[in-house]
Design a protein around this ligand. Structure first.
Ligand code: PLP
Length: 385
């Protein structure tokens, strides 16, 4: 028996409907042509599939399809957004100050840290104790020559949602560019580019039942917003991202987006109820609390501090559950989660925290089985300490 999968925030399985759509783009009988081939039917059909997917992704954002740039994932979209906008702004003499937060994904933090080595000034805003990056905190951090602000929509570890409408208004007033890492929220929360003051937004397919290695950057069409290419070679994607388009990946992302548009509301309701069921069982244990429990959170996230329990022993004891201690991307290191530390948790409490994340295919039976294992394991560890 495989462990119960409670790590949907790290990655999701590809939806069966998406697999079918992707397979249709691979073989001799399928839509395998190069979308950039302009001289024959194979190319035209591939291009049509790519543009259909672009419209599907754009619809989920209420954006113009021409504002969607395909990338190899959210990490690449984030690199393109932050480096591309920062260098374009610097070149046009607008300034070289960047604002972000201390709880961003490594894709953002490593990118701004690299830009700091290239001469940019970087200010990192800390979250409040609930794990939120507030508009007030961003307001305090922006300066005269701030060119770019990058704040995530929801945090991958806690699921805490930031008010990007309010932050966007602050960034607009400061005349800077606003990038949002929406890898955790694309296809999960409504994102309306018609009303949000967001200029750049990064999304990932594999967090929303699409394939790994696929993402997109939304680039608002507005005067003065320029994003310099980071990958050169052929001028695909309006010159912003060269490389032959991966038709099957793109079609999969498009299909996943269309499915999300249909089901995100119902999914969220069902997932939130299952999460509550899991929490009610865990809450019977002594000294447990939800990290980010005072804030608005994504439906599937449950980040629990088991105060006084060794988190590594706990995770090691939970062989029947696939969950995550801290962020999946840093699970190779034993340092406590920098996100939980920034929220004010002690190193010990951060080490005692686990992230359970539920998704579209989580069942009540799985939740009950997981709850039983968690409660038994924690009780056993507490008794042996
Ligand atoms: C997963 C994730 C990323 C990276 O996305 P990839 O498509 O895996 O490169 C970036 N930011 C957040 C918040 C994420 O959850």
């Amino acid at each position: 028996m495989k462990p119960v999968y409670l790590d949907y925030a790290a990655s999701t399985p590809v939806a069966p409907e998406v697999i079918v759509a992707m397979q249709e783009c691979l073989g001799l009988e399928g839509n395998f042509g190069n979308p950039a081939s302009r001289s024959h039917l194979y190319g035209w059909l591939a291009e049509e599939a790519v543009e259909n997917a672009r419209a599907q992704v754009a619809e989920l954002l209420n954006a113009d399809p021409r504002e969607i740039i395909w990338t190899s994932g959210a990490t690449e979209a984030i690199n393109l957004a932050i480096k591309g906008a920062a260098f374009a702004a610097k070149r046009s003499g607008q300034g070289e100050h960047i604002v972000t937060s201390t709880i961003e994904h490594k894709a953002v933090l490593d990118t701004v840290n690299w830009l700091a080595q290239q001469g940019f000034r970087v200010t990192k805003v800390a979250p409040n104790s609930a794990g939120e990056i507030t508009a007030e905190a961003v307001q305090e951090a922006v300066e005269e020559d701030t060119v770019l602000v990058s704040v995530m929509h929801a945090n991958n570890e806690t699921g805490v949602i930031n008010d990007i409408a309010a932050i966007g208004a602050v960034v607009r007033a400061a005349n800077a560019i606003f990038h949002v890492d929406a890898a955790q929220t694309f296809g999960k929360l409504p994102l309306d580019m018609g009303t949000l003051a967001v200029d750049l937004l990064s999304a990932s397919a594999h967090k929303v039942y699409g394939p790994k290695g696929m993402g997109a950057l939304y680039v608002r069409r507005r005067p003065g917003l320029k994003v310099e290419a980071q990958i050169h070679g052929g001028g695909h994607e309006r010159g912003m991202r060269s490389g032959t388009l991966a038709t099957h990946q793109i079609v999969g992302f498009g299909k996943a987006s269309a499915l999300a548009l249909e089901s995100q509301e119902a999914d969220n309701q069902r997932i939130a109820a299952l999460r509550e069921r899991l929490w009610q069982r865990i809450a019977q244990l002594p000294n447990v609390s939800i990290n980010g429990g005072d804030a608005q959170r994504l439906a599937g996230h449950l980040n629990v501090a088991f105060h006084g329990v060794n988190g590594d022993l706990l995770l090691a004891g939970l062989t029947k559950i696939a969950a995550s201690s801290g962020s999946a991307c840093t699970s190779a290191s034993v340092a406590p989660s920098y996100v939980l530390a920034a929220m004010g948790l002690s190193s010990q409490d951060a080490h005692s925290s686990l992230r359970f994340s539920l998704g579209r295919y989580t069942t009540e039976e799985e939740v009950d089985a997981a709850a039983e294992v968690i409660v038994d394991t924690v009780k056993r560890l507490l008794a042996s300490q």
